[in-house]
Design a protein around this ligand. Structure first.
Ligand code: ATP
Length: 433
């Protein structure tokens, strides 16, 4: 809409009033919606302001965000910018959070009741959604990163036992001969060049996606028709916890699990990367109760040249309808899959698990969205969270950023990490016996 508007109307920079003819030469502030020319917004403001970060805020709104975060250290900017800022935002300068939240359309009551969540959401926005990278820049980064060590991994690691089996290979618990540290080693046989590229893609995406909610990558070996990927060893997968639990996982711990998985997705989606195989098997739990995403075998990087995907990949029961029907899709497919994980955590199995995969795919794209079987047993927030993730129309389905502010995700208590750790260790000990 903006692009069409800017092509057919005489749009002027909100700051210097210069007429903007080229779409690429103007920027629209996420908060006040004013349009600035790129030249003017950079020239006029100090280097650390302007459309820095994700190039989504004009310098005035950005100053307000800075004020909100660090009121003491920015007093001088506050005084200097006071009039200008609020001329644009149309409010009094006492409360930066309120001004920005109102400009973003939050009702007053919600701003008062959910102030902390709004601050967190703003914080996430300030961290920024990066502009799409070009295919060339992605390839350049990847070429620099991937290094396959051409040596026998057995010269460096001792295999202790097998801990997992996937469609592409086996996973072993190994000990590093020098440091005696334990790691997980995924061994994949190279069947053909196409599959080798897929494995390289998995390694690339794992490396590029490193964050506290993604399993840590260490190194990879190429030896004897196999590629060996060394990553952090985790205790178990969410599937095992869900299948083997005693009774229900308390809802506040479910909120913690889903919040951590969602945080991993937020980081991926900010980089315009899609996981495409989110399911409980690929959400792993460490001994100290950390929740991390793994298995980037199907992950894809969106670029300026390819900002949507059409390839049909994933695991049937977790696949989003738009992906199944071959439409163009983006990061929202991961949100659908997370909704299915939310159902798994509550009900053990994803919908249509007992169906033949083809029937499951048909049902996902043709039947109404799946939902909790007994909604009365769950909080309204949980039921709502699941139903939002499972909205069939991806344009109406919330993004990972938006879901971070959802009341269910926010209901995870501050000490949820240690509460979950206690719960999980007790579960692991009982399971051993
Ligand atoms: N780092 C790890 N630490 C502990 N266990 C792991 C680790 N990575 C994987 N596993 C176990 O191995 C299983 C299979 O791993 P993974 O999903 O990476 O294999 P895959 O061949 O890609 O599987 P898929 O069939 O899902 O594509 C996981 O579900 C998990 O139980």
């Amino acid at each position: 809409m903006d692009i069409v508007a800017s092509l057919f109307k005489n749009i002027r920079c909100s700051n210097c009033n210069e007429q903007l003819k080229l779409v690429a030469k103007r920027r629209k502030c996420k908060i006040c919606k004013f349009i600035f020319c790129a030249k003017c917004s950079i020239k006029e403001v100090p280097a650390h302001l302007g459309f820095m970060y994700a190039r989504r805020y004009c310098y005035r709104c950005y100053i307000n965000i800075k004020l909100m975060k660090e009121p003491d250290s920015h007093n001088s900017i506050h005084e200097e910018e006071e009039n200008n800022s609020y001329e644009i935002l149309g409010d009094k300068p006492e409360d930066g959070v309120k001004v920005i939240a109102e400009a973003a359309g939050f009702p007053t009551e919600e701003i008062e009741n959910n102030r902390q969540s709004i601050i967190e959401a703003m914080d996430a926005l300030v961290k920024g959604v990066k502009p799409l990278p070009s295919r060339r820049s992605v390839d350049r980064v990847l070429n620099q990163r991937v290094q396959l060590i051409e040596d026998d991994p057995n010269n460096h690691y001792k295999t202790i036992r097998k801990i997992g089996e996937g469609g592409s290979g086996s996973i072993f618990l190994v000990e590093h001969l020098e440091t005696h540290g334990n790691f997980a080693m995924k061994r994949i046989r190279i069947k053909n060049p196409k599959q080798k590229n897929q494995i390289l893609n998995e390694i690339n995406c794992t490396i590029l996606s490193q964050n506290p909610n993604v399993v840590t990558y260490y190194e990879s070996y190429l030896f004897d028709e196999f590629i060996w990927i060394i990553v952090e060893v985790m205790k178990t997968s969410l599937t095992e916890l869900v299948m083997d639990r005693w009774g229900m996982i308390p809802e506040h711990l479910m909120a913690y699990i889903l919040k951590e998985a969602l945080t991993g997705l937020v980081n991926l989606h900010h980089e315009h990367r899609i996981h495409r195989d989110i399911k409980s098997d690929n959400i792993l739990i460490s001994w100290d109760g950390k929740i991390k995403l793994s298995d980037f075998g199907y992950a894809a990087q969106l670029t300026t040249e390819e900002d949507k995907r059409t390839t049909v990949v994933g695991t049937p029961c977790w696949m989003a309808p738009e992906l199944i029907i071959g439409s163009k899709y983006d990061t929202k497919v991961d949100i659908w899959s997370l909704g299915i994980v939310a159902l798994e955590v509550a009900e053990r199995d994803p919908p249509f698990l007992k169906e033949n995969p083809l029937r499951a795919l048909y049902m996902i794209s043709n039947a109404p969205s799946p939902a909790l079987k007994k909604p009365e047993e769950w909080s309204d927030e949980y039921v709502d969270f699941v139903s939002l993730c499972l909205i069939k129309d991806p344009d109406r389905r919330p993004s990972s950023d938006e879901l971070m502010t959802h009341p269910f995700i926010q209901s995870a208590p501050n000490d949820a990490g240690s509460l979950f750790c206690e719960y999980f260790q007790e579960w692991a000990m009982k399971r051993k016996k």
